[in-house]
Design a protein around this ligand. Structure first.
Ligand SMILES: Cc1cc2nc3c(=O)[nH]c(=O)nc-3n(C[C@H](O)[C@H](O)[C@H](O)COP(=O)(O)OP(=O)(O)OC[C@H]3O[C@@H](n4cnc5c(N)ncnc54)[C@H](O)[C@@H]3O)c2cc1C
Ligand code: FES
Length: 347
């Protein structure tokens, strides 16, 4: 059997070696498939396999696979969605305010406007701290400027970054922002849109919900949002706006205590029976995301997943891929941009 095979990625053919990951193969031919962790966790590199066969290595969802994990076993035709260019921008913290006992809204003011798709995430490196992933969103009243990043951040017990918000990290603190990343962004195709969030998973879900109500107001929407502690259900104003705009199915849930208007249990306890033409977006704890994914798989429903993996758990092999391409110039077919690979991959 020939060692070489051909991948066609967004219309461009590259010669690849069998056994390579789709990401390595494409990048070896100068095509950058958007990616981040390279460990199968972030979902940024999900691609559609239009024709041919790949070894999905357990990442198949419908006709999509993760390009950093799936291997070349023969010729194949791949496609990924156009996404905004990944950029590095300087920002400063402009406001910090508590939304609930454990959640802090942190606003970053960018020197330039920033484009991301609702549901994508960014890397934020507060000066003097390691980088962390956060999902930009809108304020609960729907406001937010193009040069602002509004983050909803959980204060992690024993955390390196989040416990210092409001103490060592205050308005005026410098932040390096890089992104956007992620493939769980709002798409206007499909039947019902089912949005499921746990904790600060509400941040990307609120961005998607808001976009969907404006772009496709007649599309049926189901919203389920959960928090272990009902005091951390900080999105009442946003849920009220969704109800006003005609969303009939809204379920705030808590597994850790009773409160008026809150359903008892986890978000998965309140999911409707899924249909194959639904589009499910789920964000938050890895356990909840995995449970929702399993149900989607069983029902044949498309699932866009945004698992909030702890930064310490994100082992990266990005350096290996960066080495493969260092200082090469590559095409970014989804965005029609040509840029240095080292620039794309620098942490
Ligand atoms: C794509 C993506 C988007 C994200 N968006 C957001 C967001 O919008 N808002 C937000 O608050 N968080 C978000 N996160 C999660 C956040 O990046 C991590 O929780 C981060 O590690 C927190 O940093 P820290 O310095 O506060 O705590 P760390 O120093 O990283 O961790 C402290 C302790 O808490 C544990 N821990 C940290 N995070 C988690 C977690 N998520 N689940 C379970 N245990 C954890 C660690 O294992 C460690 O023991 C996102 C993560 C990803 C991958
Ligand atoms: S899952 Fe492939 S780059 Fe993160």
């Amino acid at each position: 059997m020939a060692k070489q095979a051909s991948l066609v990625v967004n219309g461009k053919a590259v010669a690849v070696s069998r056994g390579d990951s789709l990401l390595e193969g494409a990048m070896g031919g100068g095509i950058v498939i958007p990616h981040d962790c390279c460990t199968g966790q972030c979902e940024t590199c999900r691609v559609r396999v239009y024709a041919g066969e790949v070894d999905a290595r357990g990442t198949r969802q419908g006709d999509t696979v993760l390009a950093c994990q799936a291997r070349v076993i023969g010729d194949a035709v791949l496609q990924f969605d156009a996404v905004p260019e990944i950029r590095k921008l300087a920002a400063t913290v402009s406001a910090i305010r508590p939304l609930s006992p454990d959640i802090i809204e942190t606003t970053l003011l960018l020197r330039k406007d920033f484009t991301y798709l609702p549901g994508q995430y960014v890397k934020c490196k507060f000066s003097g701290y390691p980088s962390r992933d956060y999902s930009p969103t809108l304020r609960s009243d729907g406001t937010g400027e193009r040069n602002e990043l509004i983050l909803q951040i959980r204060r992690q017990v024993g955390g390196v970054v989040s416990p210092d918000l409001g103490t060592r990290i205050r308005p005026g603190h410098k932040v390096a922002v890089q992104g956007p990343y992620g493939s769980a962004f709002h798409r206007t195709d499909g039947g019902r849109i089912i949005l499921i969030a746990a904790g600060t998973g509400w941040a990307p879900v609120w961005a998607i919900a808001r976009a969907a109500r404006y772009r496709e107001p007649s599309r049926e929407m189901v919203v389920i949002v959960g928090a272990r502690d009902p005091r951390n259900l900080y999105m009442a104003e946003a849920l009220a706006w969704l109800a006003e705009t005609g969303v009939a199915s809204i379920a705030p849930t808590s597994s850790g205590g009773k409160a008026a208007g809150i359903l008892s249990g986890r978000p998965t306890d309140h999911m409707p029976a899924l249909r194959p033409d639904d589009a499910v977006y789920v964000a938050g704890s890895c356990e909840m995301v995995a449970a929702v994914r399993m149900r989607c798989e069983a029902a044949g429903t498309t699932c866009y997943a945004d698992p909030f993996v702890a930064s310490v758990a994100k082992r990266t092999i990005r350096d290996r891929i960066a080495g493969l391409l260092f200082a090469r110039t590559v095409n970014w077919p989804g965005t029609s941009q040509t840029r240095s690979a080292a620039e794309n991959l620098r942490p």
